[in-house]
Write a protein that binds this ligand. Structure first.
Ligand code: FMN
Length: 360
């Protein structure tokens, strides 16, 4: 079934709105995919839009600085340096408090507001937030409609859900609550909370949701290769995809999927995407921004965390990971990077991330 078929399901024939162009979205990933990695990954290309890691709302109206700390792109038109829009994600369970915070966030001009109905963290679920809400479609509806009312009509409100908490029996009900609450778009991570991150992802269950709701649905979960993307699109019927760990592991995955979607033939022997030598300057830039923006004690860990993903795709990253594994001194890491990625830009030279940078 094609993406635009759902628009006519169960309704009299009416002129169809043009189907939205297929998009590749960068997944929100708290503790991994922050503004630094969003900046670097969107420079590679192949990503149309990002969602920030979640901003947790409990019982308070958060000060603006909390929103801009997690989504510093709010200072730059809600776009990464490469110009890719970033939506800010809110997580909570109280419709009134979420709406108040969404109103304040809207004043900072995000490219949209996304609502989290999928977080599996115990501390979040214990307070009724994230995936726990999938047992309460009526609260899901109350949250989406309250947030929709609290933000300007032209500001997109989207949502991201899992298939359920313990099982997927209420997946369609939750998706309908999201659509009827007024969301413009729904991303579905094709697993329940109980299934955590264990493969497989049940892409075919997204098709049931897609045929039930009349808003664009984006498929997410276990897309690591171009072939996974093709199979996910076939099984879910969704044209647009959200990529998480796959693109952190292979930053050229979005480009490669787009090339395949457009039927571009790669020259013989050339893999579409990005090679390790092309990635090295970006790794150096990543390190530069990390050093400018993060506490000294968390810097080395951030580089190793990304290398730990990259080593699944690039043998050179495995070597790099082994060489850096025991290093924590930023000066030693500088020296290592200078050896593999060329000399540093020089002490005191600013990062390209000019808007919210300090000197490296
Ligand atoms: C470390 C980590 C952090 C995540 N943080 C968020 C988050 O803040 N908000 C959210 O909606 N999903 C979050 N997710 C879920 C991802 O957005 C995505 O749905 C999931 O990883 C499946 O996609 P993938 O197989 O492409 O990685 C997180 C996942 C991981 C592994």
């Amino acid at each position: 079934m094609k993406n635009d078929d759902f628009a006519s399901a169960g309704r009299p024939a009416a002129p169809l709105a043009p189907a939205p162009a297929p998009m590749i979205l960068l997944a929100p990933m708290e503790g991994l995919l922050d503004f630094v990695l969003r900046d670097i990954l969107t420079r590679v290309g192949g990503i149309d839009r990002c969602v920030s890691e979640f901003i947790r709302i409990t019982d308070q109206l958060l000060p603006e600085r909390v929103f801009t700390r997690i989504v510093p792109e709010l200072h730059t038109g809600s776009r990464t340096l490469a110009g890719v829009p970033v939506r800010a994600q809110l997580l909570g369970s109280d419709p009134v408090c979420l709406a108040e915070n969404a109103g304040r966030l809207a004043g900072l001009g995000p490219a949209g507001i996304d609502l989290n109905f999928g977080c599996p963290a115990k501390v979040v679920n214990r307070h009724g937030g994230g995936a726990a809400l999938l047992d309460e479609p009526e609260t899901v509806f109350a949250i989406v409609s309250a947030v929709r009312r609290a933000v300007p009509g032209d500001m997109p409100v989207s949502a991201k859900m899992r298939l359920g908490f313990n099982d997927d029996s209420r997946a369609v009900e939750c998706a309908l609550a999201i659509a009827e609450g007024g969301a413009d778009e729904l991303v579905v991570h094709a697993r329940t909370k109980a299934q955590a991150y264990r493969p497989p992802a049940y892409w075919e269950r997204i098709a049931d949701i897609r045929t039930a709701v009349q808003i664009p649905v984006v498929a997410n979960g276990e897309i690591w290769t171009v072939d996974d993307a093709r199979r996910c699109r076939e099984a879910s019927g969704c044209e647009s995809l959200m990529l998480g760990r796959g693109v952190v592991t292979d930053p050229g995955l979005g480009l490669a999927i787009k090339a395949a979607m457009n039927g571009d033939a790669a020259p013989a022997g050339v893999l579409p995407g990005i090679s390790w030598p092309e990635l090295l300057p970006l790794l150096a830039e990543f390190w530069c921004i990390v050093c400018a923006r993060l506490e000294p004690r968390s810097r080395a860990g951030r580089l190793k965390q990304w290398l730990n993903f990259l080593r699944r795709r690039f043998p050179e990253a495995e070597t790099a990971y082994q060489q850096l594994r025991t290093l924590n001194d930023p000066a030693l890491i500088d020296a290592w990077l200078a050896g593999v990625a060329g000399p540093p830009r020089g002490a005191g030279q600013p990062c390209r991330r000019h808007t919210f940078s300090r000197a490296c």
